[in-house]
Design a binder for this molecule. Structure first.
Ligand code: TXA
Ligand code: MG
Length: 326
């Protein structure tokens, strides 16, 4: 873990004060941060990412004490989850407080709130929030539809730093621990539902709230991560049940591969790059995006990935893989 650089944090606060954009490390992925109350700053976020303005942004806050500055009609379940999982990789969708700008909510009457745990994010959000619970709007710091960044170099390669790039300041807080975006739970409707899977699993949420929590349906609030094709490398990704068969099927093509180590002992010469898949869900999640970035750079025609096992802890991995391949 890279120790927090207090001078860099102060410089980042100055950028945010002037409607600028900061790449902020969080425990999930790097975020593209701007002042959530500043329409001009939020517009810049959408422009930099090339993201449709109807897709709402998550506002990053210091914790439970800031909830009622950003949300209203807050159900008890939100406090239960905040106490259990914040700071951490959970985003809650709540009814927005009247003062919250349309620019962050994509015109919806709900707002996404998250309190991250990464020390750099904690330092920046605290320094910026001040007494007034100001919040930082931050989508993942990648071009819309591309793979989310899990280290500062990914942000430099994609959005880039000014003057050549689009971000005023990229904070380098090292690799992200979790590696995929936060779990999103919608608490703005009649009953809780999961809008995006992440490291906080359905089982953990159900245990905390004592009820079953289904996935959101087609009437749920919009979430861009719920587009079928998302988080996608440029190279076409193909998911296969058995890599041995996959290698036979793609014998005449340049490929890049991620599959269990024991199946890759004899690697054919058309395999330009390969990674041994982690057996543990958290480890797989942690390295998934950086591996997709690397496989994407291998110059292959196809990326072949053997589908990992299923189960609660694998929901987020399964979800991101199927979107990468869509
Ligand atoms: O882990 C994360 O959540 C990262 C880090 C930077 O915090 N952020 C992130 O942001 O993944 P983004 O914008 O790439 O994904 C946020 C998702 C989008 O799918 C967005 O549509 C959804 O959250 N979202 C935000 N506000 C919402 C709302 N009011 N209703 C429904 N979905 C919302
Ligand atoms: Mg994103």
């Amino acid at each position: 873990m890279v120790p927090v650089d207090e001078r860099a944090i102060r410089a980042a606060v100055d950028v945010l004060e002037c409607s600028g954009l900061v790449a902020m490390p969080t425990e999930t992925v790097y975020g593209l941060a701007g002042n959530a109350d500043d329409e001009k700053a939020v517009k810049k976020i959408f422009e930099a990412k090339n993201r449709p303005t109807t897709h709402p942004l998550i506002v990053h806050i210091t914790g439970e004490e800031a909830l009622d500055h950003w949300a209203k009609d807050i159900p008890q379940s939100a406090y239960v989850l905040a106490r259990r999982f914040w700071p951490g990789p959970l985003t809650m969708i709540l009814k927005k407080a009247d003062r919250v700008g349309d620019w962050v909510t994509g015109g919806q009457d709900s707002v996404g709130l998250r309190c991250p745990s990464h020390p750099w994010a904690v330092a920046l959000i605290k320094a910026f929030a001040g007494k007034h619970h100001r919040g930082i709007a931050a989508p993942s710091a990648n071009t819309f539809g591309r793979i989310s960044p899990t280290c500062a170099q990914h942000v430099r390669d994609d959005l880039g730093e000014k003057p050549k790039g689009k971000v005023d300041l990229i904070l380098d807080g090292g690799d992200c621990d979790v590696g995929v975006e936060s779990t999103i739970i919608n608490l703005s409707g009649e009953r809780p539902e999961i809008l995006r899977h992440g490291a906080i699993t359905r089982h953990m949420l159900e245990e905390a709230l004592g009820c079953s929590i289904p996935d959101g349906g087609k009437n749920s609030p919009r979430a861009s991560g719920t587009l079928k094709s998302h988080y996608a490398p440029v190279t076409k990704v193909i998911l296969v049940d058995d890599i041995s068969q996959g290698l036979k099927d793609y014998v005449g093509h340049k490929i890049a591969v991620m599959a269990p180590a024991e199946k890759l002992s004899a690697t054919p010469s058309n395999v330009l790059k390969w990674f041994a898949a982690d057996e543990d869900a958290a480890a797989y999640m942690h390295s998934l995006y950086s591996r997709l970035h690397d496989l994407d750079k291998a110059g292959a025609e196809f990326i072949l990935i053997e589908r990992p096992t299923t189960g609660d802890r694998w929901d987020a991995v399964q979800d991101r893989l199927s979107r990468a391949a869509a």
